[in-house]
Ligand binder design. Structure first.
Ligand code: ZN
Length: 185
């Protein structure tokens, strides 16, 4: 068991049309691909880490407060996984290979036990999916690169509200981080 699937910020607030900080249609378009990916990992009992942005109401000290409208507030439905992925998680959440980790910064490794949990399981290869390609996915894969993980991204499983940013990030993954980017071509 050396592989794991890391799903970043695929919440209602970031994906649904009326989400508080939504990527909109591009994020909704990857739902089925993420669903299939989840099932592939889950059928082999490979670890799946749901990494979920966490904010508190009126947090004057959080650096995102000045940058973005309130989103992914603790205790709200906006922090639930989106659509079919929420349904999948609801069914499988108590299985030992399924993890939910709250995060408070863009990177899934910042202030979370993700690295420790991966190391304990001898995991050296991770696949990262979710939103946004050029924000939280980007920061997560940069940290993974610096920590020595072999990282894969499937371009059908990442999305952004900013198409230019999305394309820049995919190029950066491939050309600067040397990652395997699955383009299905
Ligand atoms: Zn946030």
């Amino acid at each position: 068991m050396t592989q794991a699937f890391i799903l970043v910020d695929y919440s209602y607030d970031f994906v649904a049309t009326d989400g508080k900080l939504t990527c909109g249609a591009p994020a909704q378009a990857i739902e089925s691909a993420i669903y299939e990916k989840w099932q592939t990992y889950s059928s082999k009992k490979l670890p799946i880490f749901v990494m979920m942005d966490l904010h508190h109401e009126n947090d004057a000290f959080h650096p995102e407060t000045k940058l973005f409208p309130p989103h992914n507030i603790e205790g709200t439905d906006g922090r639930k996984l989106y659509g079919k992925i929420h349904d999948l998680y609801s069914v499988e959440q108590n299985e030992p290979h399924i993890f939910w980790l709250d995060k408070r910064r863009y990177s899934s490794f910042c202030g979370t036990p993700l690295h420790q949990l991966l190391q304990e399981r001898g995991i050296t290869e991770i696949e990262v999916a979710g939103v946004c390609t050029d924000i939280c996915v980007l920061h997560t894969v940069i940290d993974a690169f610096n920590l020595g993980y072999k990282v894969t991204v499937d371009e059908n499983c990442v999305a952004s509200f900013d198409q230019t940013g999305h394309e820049y990030a995919l190029k950066h993954f491939k050309n600067v981080l040397g990652m395997a980017v699955d383009t299905h071509s």
